[in-house]
Design a protein. Structure first.
Length: 362
């Protein structure tokens, strides 16, 4: 794999740390030449083991609700994480369809064993979260996520706050980091197989055996709120959508009260629209054979990684979309990379505090 980034002291430290990791030095990749099979297994295989969560509903200013699912269970390393203080809170953001995949659950459980406090962010109406307003969260609107981060910061004021997003859910995390800038309250972030260009991704579309299961998953969730959403959108047209683009456009552009154009929608929701304002280190883990994201030459903003000191691209030749299996099923190379990245970030920041003589925040 290759690390693409702007040269800096942090980049050098990250290269050394990733190079020392036993898990990242190599090994036998599982099905390295069949990313489509990896993706189909993700779609069909239920989370195993079934996670134990404690759900908390957070009410938003407009009376809407988002759900925070705290993963609970035995912690292998006690209450101190690699950041050297109270356990770090790890915010897990599922894909834009709200599907909590087995890989995301495994990452949370693995983080739990290492002393993190993992919590899954569920958008309005997703994953069993009640929909109390006739409004869902657009692709790159970070308003609800900002409220959740503020709540987590108040609940765990002494802990470091980290975030990981999966697939299309990275559009939400990248939008939040861009809009918030240095006020994001996050110490570091990571995106696994992110979608960088939202509009191009919707307009290009995916192969039908990827798109249709995702489309059916979304329609099934939306059909539960047919009556409450009917006052805002045309439900017959919404549930009759034949593509993800048609569903997204009907749900957020062709509303009855505030219709807007497709172009205007993406001016407000492109993940990288405020990328220059990001002030938090972000690791983007991508695979060259990701059939969901598309061709690396067209879908990866390589110039951003060369010019911004906060963006790091770890590019692997194989791994599929949010897969990165390693030495057999149940083991994910991507999880090791993300957790090693967080450990390296904590180590670097502690060294900078000692070098500059800065007091550790209480």
């Amino acid at each position: 794999c290759r690390l693409l980034c702007k040269p800096s002291a942090l980049a050098q430290h990250l290269v050394r740390s990733l190079g020392r990791s036993v898990a990242l030095r190599g090994g036998q990749w599982w099905w390295p030449h069949w990313p489509q099979l990896q993706m189909l297994l993700q779609l069909l295989e239920p989370p195993e083991p079934e996670p134990v969560v404690a759900r908390e509903l957070l009410q938003l200013p407009d009376t809407g609700l988002v759900a925070l699912d705290w993963l609970v269970g035995p912690r292998g390393t006690g209450s101190v994480s690699s950041w050297g203080g109270p356990s770090s809170v790890l915010l897990l953001i599922p894909n834009a369809a709200g599907k909590v995949t087995g890989e995301l659950v495994q990452l949370g459980l693995q983080a739990l064993e290492r002393g993190f406090i993992p919590v899954i962010f569920n958008r309005r109406g997703h994953n069993g979260c009640p929909l109390t307003t006739p409004r869902l969260q657009p692709f790159g609107d970070p308003g609800d996520l900002r409220e959740a981060v503020t709540y987590l910061r108040c609940r765990h004021p002494a802990a470091s706050l980290l975030a990981v997003s999966e697939g299309s859910g990275s559009g939400l995390l990248l939008s939040y980091l861009g809009e918030s800038g240095s006020s994001s309250c996050l110490a570091a972030a990571a995106c696994i197989s992110p979608i960088f260009r939202g509009r191009d991704w919707f307009e290009t579309g995916m192969t039908w055996f990827y798109e249709w299961p995702l489309l059916l998953h979304l329609k099934r969730g939306l059909s539960r709120y047919r009556k409450s959403l009917a006052e805002a959108v045309d439900m017959d047209r919404l549930l009759g959508s034949h593509s993800l683009r048609e569903l997204e456009e009907t749900l957020f552009c062709q509303t009855k009260s505030h219709p807007t154009s497709w172009e205007t929608y993406w001016e407000r929701n492109e993940p990288l629209r405020d990328a220059d304002e990001v002030a938090v280190p972000v690791l983007c883990l991508c695979s060259a054979d990701d059939s969901i994201r598309g061709s690396p030459a067209l879908s990866l903003p390589l110039e951003l990684f060369r010019s911004s000191p906060y963006f790091f691209l770890l590019l692997t030749p194989c791994g599929g979309h949010c897969g990165f299996p390693w030495q057999g099923p149940g083991r994910c190379w991507g999880h090791e990379a993300v957790l090693e990245y967080f450990r390296a970030m904590a180590e670097f920041l502690r060294a900078e505090e000692r070098r500059k003589g800065l007091p550790r925040p209480r």
